[in-house]
Design a protein around this ligand. Structure first.
Ligand SMILES: *[C@@H]1O[C@H](CO)[C@@H](O)[C@H](O)[C@H]1NC(C)=O
Ligand SMILES: *[C@@H]1O[C@H](CO)[C@@H](O)[C@H](O)[C@H]1NC(C)=O
Ligand SMILES: *[C@@H]1O[C@H](CO)[C@@H](O)[C@H](O)[C@H]1NC(C)=O
Ligand SMILES: *[C@@H]1O[C@H](CO)[C@@H](O)[C@H](O)[C@H]1NC(C)=O
Ligand SMILES: *[C@@H]1O[C@H](CO)[C@@H](O)[C@H](O)[C@H]1NC(C)=O
Length: 402
């Protein structure tokens, strides 16, 4: 299998990121935390809290999972008032409708400073048969509505296994979960990965991989810290977010107060966290028929992640990169992506390819590529074609000498 070849090439360790580890989907006991077979050398637990060891969900990698404490601060979070958070479901639905009714009513950008030590739920995964740790790490950031297991969902749907990588985490205060602070958390994490603070390993190459909101964070990293990463992989991403920021996508998910939608998993979360009400909401936002296994949709709904109120009202901090960004970039979308392509990424022209001319204009053409994963929606990682997408990404990185 190509995954093993990649591991032998010494390609990667990957980090999926997420922000309140205790709220993540339950981790099946046979996977993380089950312990590794004797004789398998694992990453060191240095720098981790509550470290556990185990194979990835995909089954092909070995991982250390736990909490990374990351210091980060920003002066550019939007100042959001707790009064903005709807106090009941009718009020939330009404607010979503009125916010996205044109002209969009985003709050006026008054900024506030956030400075804290964030507890990031993460997994660092590497090749199961490696005798020495790889020099390259991929930092994987997920989108809203998912947790870090977006990247390692199940056997056959594990980018972690395809890349063999590490993880991202949910702060307790829904209003501060905004792009500006997440950008700084990612920045700090990359410093920690490079300077040996995590698992006593100094990674010499860092590849940032995002999905959707996570791709927005990677894009912001490239704008604000153009010399930070060695390559960027933007999945579920585009330049026309009309559908993402208008009623279609947001109403499609039927956002519901998380603690009411699933009191068992989210009962003690504050009001500012939302989840799609049903599997149908997930399907409208992330899936495209007939490209997926309905049982995966059922699992996604059972394990759905939250969207924080702050994410909905994050200031936009992406945009075109400066000319001193020179690392390779690839954009990979499901052909039927809804939020960035209204369901057809070839219309009117290839929407993944179009990112180059708008956001990476100064980058050598040879360092940019794009791909549309056939028969797949925004969450192409959860479709039958997922592994063909992983294969495309790994080939892109190989071709770029990474
Ligand atoms: C929900 O909140 C709105 C706005 O605060 C209020 O007008 C409405 O009566 C509340 N509805 C319920 C069922 O409590
Ligand atoms: C590594 O980088 C982090 C974040 O910049 C910093 O806090 C830490 O002191 C550094 N550690 C070492 C060993 O250089
Ligand atoms: C963006 O997408 C919307 C919805 O599909 C479309 O109406 C609009 O023309 C697109 N804008 C551009 C600049 O292509
Ligand atoms: C990159 O370019 C921008 C704009 O030209 C400049 O402000 C910034 O200092 C440069 N950054 C680095 C790391 O050279
Ligand atoms: C998507 O758009 C392309 C380009 O206009 C068109 O050729 C194709 O038929 C469209 N696909 C669907 C399913 O409508």
């Amino acid at each position: 299998m190509f995954l093993l070849n990649l591991a032998l090439l010494g390609v990667a360790a990957a980090i999926p990121l997420s922000t309140n580890a205790s709220r993540e989907s339950p981790i099946p006991v046979e996977y993380y935390g089950a312990g590794l077979p004797a004789g398998i050398k694992s990453f060191s637990a240095a720098g981790w809290k509550d470290a556990t060891y185990g194979p990835s969900r995909g089954g092909q990698s070995k991982c250390v999972s736990g909490i990374l404490e990351v210091q980060a601060g920003t002066t550019h979070n939007a100042k959001l008032s707790p009064d903005m958070i709807p106090q009941n479901q009718t009020a939330l639905t009404g607010m979503i409708v009125s916010t996205f009714t044109p002209p969009m009513k985003m709050p006026t950008p008054e900024f506030t400073t956030v400075q804290s030590i964030f507890k990031i739920g993460a997994s660092l995964c590497g090749p199961a048969d490696a005798s020495s740790p790889p020099a390259t790490v991929e930092l994987l950031t997920h989108g809203t509505g998912f947790d870090r297991f977006y990247w390692d969902f199940a056997a056959g749907y594990s980018y972690v296994d395809a890349a063999v990588a590490a993880g991202h985490s949910r702060p307790p205060r829904p209003l501060i979960v905004q792009t500006p602070i997440q950008l700084e958390i990612a920045h700090s994490l990359i410093s920690l990965l490079r300077n040996g603070s995590i698992s006593s390993t100094k990674f010499s190459k860092v590849i940032a991989v995002g999905h959707s909101f996570g791709s927005g964070i990677v894009q912001a990293l490239n704008v604000h810290y153009p010399t930070l990463v060695d390559a960027s992989i933007l999945t579920g991403f585009g330049i026309n977010s009309t559908a993402a920021t208008t009623l279609g996508f947001d109403l499609g998910g039927n956002p519901t107060i998380a603690s009411l939608a699933d009191s068992q998993r989210f009962g003690d979360l504050p009001l500012g966290y939302m989840v799609p009400a049903s599997a149908q909401g997930n399907q409208i936002q992330f899936f495209s028929l007939p490209g997926f296994d309905p049982s995966i949709l059922t699992q996604v709904n059972a394990q759905k992640g939250t969207q924080a109120f702050g994410e909905l009202f994050s200031p936009m901090i992406g945009g075109p990169v400066p000319n001193n960004y020179t690392s390779p970039v690839a954009v990979i979308n499901g052909q039927q992506d809804f939020p960035y392509c209204m369901g057809n990424c070839s219309f009117p022209t290839d929407q993944a390819a179009a990112v180059k001319g708008v956001l990476y204009q100064g980058l050598d053409q040879g360092k940019f590529d794009s791909h549309l994963v056939p028969n797949a929606g925004h969450g192409w990682n959860l479709h039958y074609a997922a592994e063909s997408g992983y294969e495309w990404i790994q080939k892109f990185l190989r071709d770029q000498g990474l």
